[in-house]
Design a binder for this molecule. Sequence first.
Ligand SMILES: Cc1cc2nc3c(=O)[nH]c(=O)nc-3n(C[C@H](O)[C@H](O)[C@H](O)COP(=O)(O)OP(=O)(O)OC[C@H]3O[C@@H](n4cnc5c(N)ncnc54)[C@H](O)[C@@H]3O)c2cc1C
Length: 403
Amino acid sequence: MKILDILILGSGPAALCLASELAKQNLNIMGISTKSPKDKWENTYGIWASELEELGLESLLSHRWSNTVSFFGNGINEKGNNSTEHRYDYGLINQEAFQNELLKKCKGIEWLNETAKQITEDKNFSEVICFSGLKLKARLVIDASGHKSNFIKRPARDDVAQQAAYGIVGKFSSPPVNKDQFVLMDFRPDHLNKEEKLSSPSFLYAMDLGNDTFFVEETSLASYPALSQDRLKKRLFSRLENKGIQIKEIYHEENCLFPMNLPLPFKKQFVLGFGGAASMVHPASGYMIGSLLRRAPLLAEKLAIYLKEPDQSSIELASKGWEVLWPNELTQRHKLYQYGLQRLMRFDESKLRSFFSSFFKLSTKEWVGFLTNTLPLPKLIYVMSKMFINSPLKIKLGMLNIN
Ligand SMILES: Cc1cc2nc3c(=O)[nH]c(=O)nc-3n(C[C@H](O)[C@H](O)[C@H](O)COP(=O)(O)OP(=O)(O)OC[C@H]3O[C@@H](n4cnc5c(N)ncnc54)[C@H](O)[C@@H]3O)c2cc1C
């Protein structure tokens, strides 16, 4: 049986982002996935427009909003309402165009419709055994099978926080958000009863999609245990009801659940990961698509160099890959984000509103850099310290875990 250079598991955004870069490297690559790479991705992927612009990919947005706001239930602003204006463009990715663009770049890579069951390590290669019985050998296996991967080894943790959301795309009796508006976070708690106010907070993420169609999603940033879909659905409906809005038609329902603070994988293991499997979700926001696009090119280039040495074992190749994916700089930043998230999860809705209200008083460059994980470590430390100093006392105490 032929030994491939690389075998990729999965055909989601992570697998295709990396495969599209590896395809430039003249390697012998194959993919296997439970789903065909042409099967439409189901999630709705949002992103700050600048993240795509910097890569020349802004044409992949199906929608783009300049009117981007949040509501933290605080005072009236200069426009006479109580919104926080972000003054920064946000967009919705056209999944089909994004998927097709990546697939076009995956020239020469064949995907088999198979599901990996087990991966074993031999002297100079790894073997993937599929549920069908098919066995495939590769010098390096890259697991991009998502956050539920069984193959990537990481420290055990039984209290992993989950981001959960329930959303609908539909038509409503009156607009749930203003025309041409994108709402990043509406934390106003007017519709919540006393008991709900004391439990894990959630916010509305919403957008005007045009043609009287809106996407509204009740989102819990991170919670352990996760907020149930049922609870989020009830909260969304009571939020709408409180504004006197009825749902007229539902075109699409989104059920979202993924881990926010999966521990980083061990760097010494014979399988390399990418995407959800490699803990690449931003622990403070839950976003990942921008990171996939930014981090895939370097990893692909480096792997091609490492593979030129014929006697490198799978564990040597994978370990070098992990070093590229999670260098010290990114690992330290990840730790800071995780620290912040851990503190935020202890905040009740009033503290959380106060926290975000202070957060968005940072300069645009600072808060965007924080949310997209593009600030170098010293700058990130500076921004987090600035945020701490500018916060009200109750937030300072909360960040120090003194309640
Ligand atoms: C509902 C939802 C909305 C999200 N919205 C955003 C957003 O707006 N912006 C953002 O940046 N991030 C968002 N995320 C977070 C993150 O970007 C997504 O979870 C993203 O889909 C993860 O990509 P992935 O390729 O790592 O995994 P997945 O998308 O989960 O893809 C995994 C792939 O692996 C295949 N597979 C699984 N097991 C095996 C196996 N054993 N063998 C072979 N193949 C296998 C699957 O069929 C699939 O093709 C969202 C997540 C969810 C769940």
